[in-house]
Design a protein around this ligand. Structure first.
Ligand code: 3PY
Ligand code: MG
Length: 292
C-alpha cells in the first residue's frame, strides 16, 4: 500500500506520529518558550503525503465534520465559492483543537486578500493562477512579514487577538505554507523559474483550468493535460518542492496512483461533491429498489 493511504490519514500523513498543529510551551534553560508548529509545512518539506479536505460550503459544521474525519489540512475555497472573510474565520473556528490545519485558496493573487486570510487564521495559502516567477514572488511577499515580505503587523485572530503577538510575529514566516497554483500552459512553460522562487513550498495543479488552457475544457485526462501535469510533477521533484493535486472525484485507484507518482499535497473531493454524490446514490438505490 502506498505510504499515506491509510484510513486515518493523520497516522501516516502530516502528523506521522508528530505533534498536531498549534502552540507548544517548551522548557528551555529553565524558561518556558512558546512555539508554533505546522505539521503540514514539515511534512511537505520532507516529501511526506498529506491529505486535505476542500470546502465550498460556508458553514463551520462542514469544517467540524471534515476535521473529525481526520484530514491533515482543510482548504476553504475563497476563489470559486460564495465565501466571505467572516465565513472563513467561522470555518477556521470549526477546526480549532482538531488537528486539521486551516488553509485557504485565496480569491486571487492579491496582497490584501492574502494578508487578510492569514490574519484570519489560515496557516497556509493556495494562490490561484500563478503564471510567472514574478507572480510567485508576489504571492510569497504577500505571505511574509518584513523583511522577507510586506505583511502588516497587527492584533488579529491569527495571534489570538494580540495575546500571542510576539510568538506569532517571530514564527509565522517559518510556519506558513505558500502553495502556488499552476493551471495554465504559460505556467507550465515557466515552471522552472516559478519553482526557483524562495518561499514557494509547493505547487497545486488545477486540472480544470489546465484543461481550459490547453483547449480541451473539462477533459482532465486528455493527453495534453496529463503531459502538462507530468512536467510539473517532475519539475517539483527536481526543485525539491511539494507537488499537489486536487482529485475532485477521489476514486481509490486514482489516489493511489497520485501518491505513487509522487504527489504529496493531495486534496480529496470536496464537500459539495460528497453531498451531491451520496444523495444521488441514495436516491438511485431507493428508486431502483422501488422499481423491482
Ligand atoms: C482547477 O481545476 O482549475 C482548480 O482550480 C481545482 O481546484
Ligand atoms: Mg483553477
Amino acid at each position: 500500500m502506498p505510504r499515506g493511504f491509510a484510513p486515518q490519514s493523520r497516522a501516516a500523513g502530516a502528523g506521522s506520529g508528530a505533534l498536531p498543529w498549534g502552540k507548544y510551551l517548551l522548557l528551555i534553560n529553565e524558561e518556558y518558550v512558546m512555539i508554533s508548529f505546522n505539521p503540514v509545512k514539515k511534512a511537505l518539506s520532507e516529501r511526506r503525503v498529506t491529505l486535505g479536505g476542500w470546502i465550498q460550503i460556508g458553514h463551520p459544521a462542514v469544517a467540524e465534520i471534515f476535521s473529525q474525519a481526520g484530514f491533515d489540512w482543510i482548504a476553504v475555497d475563497c476563489e470559486h465559492a460564495d465565501m466571505s472573510l467572516a465565513d472563513f474565520s467561522n470555518i477556521a473556528r470549526g477546526m480549532n483543537g482538531t488537528g486539521a490545519v486551516p488553509f485557504a485558496r485565496v480569491r486571487e493573487n492579491d496582497t490584501l486578500a492574502i494578508r487578510q486570510i492569514l490574519d484570519a487564521g489560515a496557516r497556509g495559502v493556495i494562490v490561484p493562477l500563478v503564471n510567472t516567477a514574478e507572480e510567485a514572488v508576489k504571492a510569497v511577499v504577500a505571505s511574509n512579514f518584513p523583511p522577507e515580505g510586506v505583511r502588516g503587523f497587527a492584533f488579529c485572530r491569527a495571534n489570538n487577538w494580540g495575546a500571542d503577538f510576539d510568538e506569532y510575529a517571530k514564527t509565522a514566516n517559518h510556519e506558513t505554507v505558500v502553495i502556488i497554483m499552476v493551471e495554465s500552459k504559460q505556467a507550465v512553460e515557466n515552471i522552472d523559474e516559478i519553482l526557483e522562487v524562495r518561499g514557494v513550498d509547493g505547487v497545486f495543479i488545477g486540472p480544470y483550468d489546465m484543461s481550459g488552457s490547453y483547449g480541451v475544457v473539462g477533459q482532465t485526462n486528455h493527453d495534453s493535460v496529463r503531459e502538462a501535469c507530468a512536467t510539473v510533477l517532475e519539475a517539483c521533484k527536481r526543485h525539491g518542492k511539494a507537488a499537489g493535486i486536487h482529485i475532485v472525484d477521489p476514486a481509490k485507484e486514482v489516489i493511489e496512483k497520485a501518491i505513487s507518482d509522487g504527489f504529496t499535497f493531495i486534496a480529496l473531493g470536496m464537500d459539495t461533491v460528497f453531498i451531491s454524490g451520496a444523495s444521488r446514490e441514495a436516491l438511485r438505490a431507493a428508486r431502483t429498489g422501488g422499481d423491482q
